[in-house]
Ligand binder design. Structure first.
Ligand code: AMP
Ligand code: MG
Length: 412
């Protein structure tokens, strides 16, 4: 039998990108609940931020020239706390001011209280020569009215929620959450909780993929249906897919997509739509499938089949499914982040395929390698904090600069 042509990761990503057209529906959610959602509209500021000149310190607001003119000793003026609007500063005076309080008209400088002394006669002595304009946060220095502050396609972070709130936005327009049904395949799979670990029948294994796939999808904003383990029969597999297609945007399976395997996923999807089985030129994660289930002549639902080996499933999720579901939500940043880092180990087994090795950052600024890179060893992904993207045919020597992709890129 001829070996199938391997598809490069970049070609696979390109093809998937064409299929992953953004879902058009949007929803308005409270800014409180919008973390990690994808903005569907630009956020434009309706005010200057800060909205008024205010003090960056507890201290005294004064006129820079008055300090020199009065030989550093000024009359104490009004007291200005945050949230209060002051009168104008009187010539020769220093107004007591607190952090965040509006700077009074006529003041151009704030001196922090540690550099001031309140004299017994009630006057204020400025102990060090200030710099004009110091300790004042100027109106509009962060954002000006009318400025585009967050762009459509931005994945909201805790900091961006805070920024939106500081502009007075109690709600945000975001992309609808994709609905994803997760299926497992394989007669060997047993759900944790149904059998005591000590009583696991010979040849059986606990279903692990289902747990991390659900968690990964949820971190990416998806609503996940746990669609269970697919029965080993074509008709029931077909039925399960057809049923799930009615209420989901994506059906995701793991296992049963190895080339040449006797399985029911392939004929089931083919009878409901179309399916492409790919052999990816990456390790782990060679078998991968993309398909569509037709609902009617104009609408169809996405299907993605991941390899069964847990690390292969995880790696292909990060490299291919993550960009796919982010794109469904209209995200602009869909590629995993990557960084140039120093390898603190040797990898002498150059592979024909592009390899994604499980590694961990060390405190010396380099990467360590997990000692077992088998695609079934999930421990490697728990020990590690990311992947080393090693080009095909390449060995790694200690000190080499390599491309590192953190697991939690965009997930946290
Ligand atoms: P397959 O791609 O179906 O040939 O599966 C490859 C390997 O992954 C086999 O050792 C399976 O037992 C294992 N596997 C498949 N699905 C799962 C799953 N949901 N959880 C854990 N291991 C799995
Ligand atoms: Mg299987």
């Amino acid at each position: 039998m001829n070996k199938p042509n391997l598809l490069t990761l970049d070609d696979a990503l390109e093809q998937l990108t064409v299929h992953a057209q953004p879902l058009l529906d949007t929803e308005i959610v409270s800014t409180f609940d919008a973390d990690a959602r994808i903005l569907a509209d630009d956020v434009v500021s309706e005010l200057d931020l800060p909205a008024f000149d205010n003090s960056a310190m507890d201290g005294y607001a004064l006129s820079f020239y008055d300090v020199k003119a009065a030989d550093g000793v000024l009359q104490a003026g009004q007291r200005i706390a945050a949230g209060h609007f002051p009168k104008a500063l009187q010539p020769g005076q220093a107004d007591r001011i607190f952090t965040g309080a509006p700077v009074p008209e006529g003041a151009d400088t704030v001196v922090m209280q540690e550099d001031c002394e309140l004299l017994a006669d009630g006057r204020v002595k400025i102990l060090s020569q200030p710099v004009k304009g110091q300790c004042i946060r100027l109106r509009g220095e962060d954002i000006s009215c009318g400025q585009k502050v967050l762009l459509r396609g931005h994945r909201l972070t805790p900091a961006s929620l805070g920024l939106a709130a500081s502009l007075g936005l109690a709600s945000l327009c975001v992309a609808r959450r994709p609905r994803v049904a997760v299926f497992s395949t394989g007669d060997e799979l047993i759900m944790p909780g149904t059998v005591n670990p000590a009583d696991l029948p010979p040849g059986a294994i606990f279903n692990s993929n289902r747990f991390f796939l659900k968690a990964l999808l949820e971190r990416l904003g998806c609503v996940v249906t746990d669609a269970g383990i697919l029965p080993d029969k074509l008709e029931s597999t077909r039925h399960a897919f057809a049923l799930a297609a009615g209420s989901h945007d994506l059906l995701l399976t793991s296992g049963g997509v190895s080339v040449g395997e006797e399985d029911h996923v392939k004929p089931a999807i083919q009878s409901l739509g179309e399916l492409e089985l790919w052999a990816l030129a990456i390790k782990p994660g060679k078998p991968f499938a993309y398909g569509r289930i037709r609902q009617n002549p104009v609408q169809s639902v996405h299907f993605i089949g991941l390899p069964g080996n847990p690390v292969s499933s995880l790696v292909t999720f990060i490299l291919l499914v993550r960009p796919f579901v982010l794109r469904l939500q209209g995200a602009t940043q869909t590629e995993p982040e990557s960084y140039a880092m120093r390898a603190d180990f040797a990898w002498s087994k150059a592979d024909k395929r592009r390899e994604f090795l499980r590694v961990k950052r060390n405190t010396a600024g380099g990467l360590d390698l997990f000692n077992n890179q088998s695609s079934g060893v999930l421990t490697s992904a728990v020990w590690g904090d990311g992947l080393l993207d090693n080009p095909s045919g390449q060995i790694v020597k200690p000190g080499d600069m390599v491309r590192y992709i953190p697991f939690l890129s965009g997930f946290s």
